[in-house]
Ligand binder design. Structure first.
Ligand code: HEC
Ligand code: HEC
Length: 332
């Protein structure tokens, strides 16, 4: 009798282990993308000559221009610096409100860091990673570099990495997390459109905002045109995405801006197959009726509150963002 029970227990255990292993393989297999690559990434970030002077100051070399987005992706409260380089003599082509077209040889750079104390940036920072997108032969290549402890350089990190980080928030609270540098396949799950690697942030509507350069306030699109790296077109034709943190903007626009920049890279018809099967289209320009939001309000709120979404890219919950989305969904 005891033996039978033991046998049954063993079979049960093996079954559970098998189911678990299959589920895990399935999860990993769904991240196995096969995009072509047209460059070999350098081992060290310094080879790209992105920063001048002491690397930790993140002073861009004059070939790299600063860009700022109105609405940004939440990544565990990390601060981010975004830069763009286009080869001399060529320009980024902007057409309509949507994505822009980059010439071959373009490099997009995003560096993630934490101020030791957000209230006092002069107390220094910890740079975690620098993410690159490089276009060559019409194809985007994507990879991240993990910064060393001395903060003098960063090394190619194709397989991802977890690194503990601690900082003090703007509100004076001590925070920490096991920060995750995504593996290359994770980058690809977010950065794909119509089965090709693609940039996400710099749509004209998200770039169309005021910025400060050399002490002057300017429209960023006009500024990029004046630098000679963005094609000429009438900026009045371009709409604007609001900053979802701007409480003077309308709740519906803020809610949609949040869902666009935090979710729409996966949840839209051209996104990753595993996510676009869910029939959402969270893109800013998609009408509410077409977005799939109205009938799934409760589900959207729930997946945010229990941390199931976003699927990858964060380890911490964006309380403020969730409150905004809940307020927006409740207002519908
Ligand atoms: C969870 C989804 C997600 C993952 C994973 C992700 N990204 Fe992004 N990435 C975004 C979004 C959204 C933006 C634009 C918004 C922003 O910058 O705040 C962006 C912006 C960027 C940019 C600036 C240019 C652009 O496309 O807007 C670079 C460079 C970049 N990512 C590289 C990477 C690399 C390399 C990896 C993997 C190590 C990676 N990303 C992983 C969502 C993701
Ligand atoms: C990296 C891609 C990715 C990102 C980013 C992402 N999702 Fe998802 N989402 C998925 C995948 C894949 C599924 C289906 C698998 C699952 O449910 O575990 C899913 C499922 C969902 C579901 C459940 C749908 C259903 O019918 O059960 C909701 C709701 C959802 N996502 C909302 C969001 C919201 C809101 C965001 C932004 C905060 C977001 N997602 C960001 C990939 C993503």
């Amino acid at each position: 009798m005891r033996k039978t029970l033991f046998g049954a227990g063993l079979v049960f255990l093996i079954t559970i282990v098998c189911i678990y292993a299959t589920a895990r393989n399935d999860h990993e297999a769904s991240f196995a993308f096969n995009f072509p690559s047209t460059i070999v990434f350098e081992e060290k970030l310094s080879a790209y000559k992105i920063f001048d002077g002491n690397p930790v100051d993140l002073t861009p070399n004059s070939n790299f221009k600063l860009v700022e987005l109105s609405s940004v992706l939440f990544t565990d409260f990390a601060q981010k610096q975004r830069l763009v380089k286009v080869p001399k003599g060529s320009k980024i082509k902007g057409q309509d409100d949507g994505r822009v077209e980059y010439p071959d040889g373009s490099i997009l750079v995003k560096t993630f860091f934490y101020y030791n104390d957000e209230r006092k940036p002069e107390l220094g920072k910890q740079i975690m990673e620098t993410r690159l997108e490089i276009k060559e032969n019409g194809v985007w290549n994507i990879a991240s570099y993990l910064w060393n402890q001395a903060q003098t350089d960063a090394s190619l990190a194709i397989d991802g990495f977890d690194k503990k980080v601690r900082w003090i928030s703007a509100g004076g609270n001590s925070r920490s997390t096991l920060y995750h540098v995504p593996a290359q396949n994770e980058c690809m799950s977010c950065h794909q459109s119509n089965s090709a690697i693609s940039p996400i942030g710099p749509s004209l509507r998200n770039l169309n905002r005021m910025v400060e350069r050399d002490g002057k306030k300017l429209n960023q699109i006009q500024h990029l045109q004046a630098l000679g790296i963005l094609s000429d077109f009438d900026t009045n034709q371009i709409s604007q995405m609001v900053d979802y943190k701007d409480s003077s903007a309308s709740l519906s626009e803020r809610g949609r801006a949040y869902l666009d920049i935090n979710c729409a890279h996966c949840h839209q018809p051209n996104g990753w197959k595993k996510s676009n099967q869910r029939n959402f289209d969270f893109r800013y320009e998609t009408s509410l009726a077409q977005s799939g939001i109205l009938h799934k309000r409760e589900k959207i709120s729930r997946t945010l509150r229990n941390g199931r979404m976003p699927y990858i890219g964060t380890t911490m919950i964006d309380e403020e963002g969730i409150r905004l989305v809940s307020d927006y969904l409740n207002s519908l």
